[in-house]
Design a protein around this ligand. Structure first.
Ligand SMILES: *[C@@H]1O[C@H](CO)[C@@H](O)[C@H](O)[C@H]1NC(C)=O
Length: 507
């Protein structure tokens, strides 16, 4: 098709116009054009390729433009090789590669020192960097003489790894290593030591003292153990060592005064004494607050060990003992333990009567106030019935339920109840009887006449007195009368029954 088309155009006389040029040719790797290229590549143009620097050409370098197409590129460009750089005695050649641009590094074996260049590069005309280096055996010069010391062996020159030993003169201390060897760089390593004078000062600590260890003069490695005087505590290390720099290590301690903690006693106040900080021998005196009582010692002293001596007291609430009243019961009030202001109220059991105050209060002194009452048995008075004898029954004192039985003497008749019982109220129940003279009884003759006259007179007086008393009761309400009235209700009419006195008078 193309050929036909070109021939057709040529036959029409248009060959100049449609002549087929070539485009810019493309070469292979690592090559370029030898000359500057024209704009167009007319039919039959020849172009020559050239390898880049460091590359070796092979094959024909030229191509031709034929009818718009370049002939195939035959040229190839291979990287140039520098090959072996040679040999270095007691050394190694370390190739990155042996072609153009590759690097080569030469090293000497241990114990040898390089003289010359160590780095090389493969260039277009072979290895660049000059001659290969030489590896010479290491040798050290003698180390410098020591001030106040020496070393051995002494030579002009030392082989690789040869060792010298240093010594310091008496009273001198070596600062550094005593051994040094000829190292691969031709120098003794480590650096030679120095001989120095080491002397530490007396370890002077305020309120401290020497305890054990070395004595002066303090040389290198002298060690002392220190202690603080009583009442002081050490802050720091007790044992110190004299170091090369003539200083104590880890550093002298200090002796700080022993302090006691601020003492705290619950429910107590500090009364007087020292103020914080509490050094040894400080004293503090405590007193318990109201309602509390102290166990222990009031005044405390800060001891050498930083503790209060003899030991802090305690304040416990004041307690009253459980109050015990014989024949009484606690009615109400506080329960044990009885603190200050607790109250307890007592009542005597049946048949007992209280002397003292029912309600007791626990006082600040731990005592019940105003003082425990007592419960005494209720007693009935010794009953006396005129003209009667106690027949049988209890003997005095007459407690509740005691009984007494009366019988009237001969010639007298009883009104009331024979047997009386002592009641809870201290009264005989149901009430003492009376013994009245039988009506038929004859009085002794010698007493009859006078007795009648006196009896009549007294009877009248009593009658008038009684009437007056009754009137007084109604109009005045005097207490004496009320008693009388009470008695009368028990069945002894005031104006009918003679009193004990009257009866004596009558008989
Ligand atoms: C000991 O040697 C070292 C290293 O040379 C030096 O830094 C130091 O100051 C020396 N010490 C004394 C106490 O001379």
């Amino acid at each position: 098709m193309d050929v036909t088309y070109v021939l057709l155009l040529s036959s029409l006389g248009l060959a100049q116009v449609i002549a087929q040029d070539c485009r810019v040719p493309v070469g292979g790797n690592n090559m370029g054009f030898k000359d500057d290229l024209p704009q167009t590549f007319p039919n039959g143009t020849k172009v020559i390729f050239e390898c880049n620097v460091g590359y070796m050409p092979a094959g024909s370098p030229s191509i031709t433009c034929t009818n718009g197409t370049w002939s195939p590129v035959k040229l190839t460009c291979e990287r140039k090789s520098c090959g072996s750089a040679g040999e270095v005695e007691n050394g190694d050649l370390n190739y990155e590669g042996t072609e153009f641009g590759d690097k080569l590094v030469v090293t000497c074996k241990t114990g040898y020192i390089m003289v010359g260049n160590s780095q090389f590069t493969c260039g277009k005309d072979g290895w660049l960097g000059g001659r290969l280096p030489v590896c010479e055996a290491v040798a050290c010069d003698a180390p410098p003489m020591l001030t106040n010391g020496d070393f051995s062996p002494v030579r002009d020159s030392y082989n690789y790894l040869e060792v010298v030993q240093y010594k310091c003169q008496k009273d001198y201390t070596m600062n550094g290593s005593s051994l040094s060897s000829c190292s691969k760089d031709g120098k003794f390593q480590p650096a030679p030591p120095t001989c120095i004078v080491v002397q530490c000062k007396d370890p002077d600590v305020t309120n401290g003292e020497w305890m054990s260890g070395s004595r002066p003069p303090y040389k290198y490695k002298s060690a002392v153990t220190l202690q603080c005087i009583p009442g002081y505590n050490m802050n720091g290390a007790q044992t110190q060592r004299c170091e090369l720099n003539s200083q104590w290590a880890p550093g002298l301690p200090t002796c700080e005064p022993v302090l006691c903690e601020d003492p705290d006693v619950k429910n107590a106040a500090k009364e007087e004494g020292s103020k914080p900080p509490y050094k040894v021998k400080s004293t503090v005196t405590f007193s318990c607050v109201s309602g509390y009582t102290m166990t222990g010692t009031r005044t405390q002293t800060c001891g050498l060990n930083g503790q209060w001596a003899p030991g802090l007291p305690t304040c416990a609430p004041v307690l009253c003992e459980d109050p015990d009243v014989k024949n009484a019961a606690k009615e109400e009030g506080s329960k044990p333990p009885y603190k200050v202001k607790s109250t307890v109220t007592f009542s005597c059991v049946s048949g007992y009567t209280m002397t003292g105050t029912r309600t007791q209060t626990c006082g600040l002194n731990g005592q019940w106030a105003p003082g425990l009452p007592t419960c005494e048995p209720v007693l009935c008075e010794d009953p006396d019935v005129k003209n009667a004898a106690k027949e049988e029954g209890s003997k005095p004192p007459y407690k509740v339920k005691s009984t007494v039985t009366f019988s009237c003497v001969s010639g007298y008749t009883m009104t009331g109840t024979r047997t009386q019982t002592c009641g809870l109220n201290g009264q005989w129940a149901p009430g003492l009887p009376t013994c009245a003279r039988d009506s038929g009884t004859v009085d002794p003759p010698e007493n009859k006449g006078n007795g009648m006259a006196i009896g009549l007179g007294l009877g009248l007086t009593v009658l008038i007195g009684s009437v007056l008393t009754v009137l007084g009761c109604y109009f005045c309400g005097v207490p004496a009368c009320i008693k009388e009235k009470k008695r009368s209700r028990r069945g002894f009419p005031v104006n009918a029954a003679p009193s004990a006195d009257e009866e004596v008078a009558l008989s």
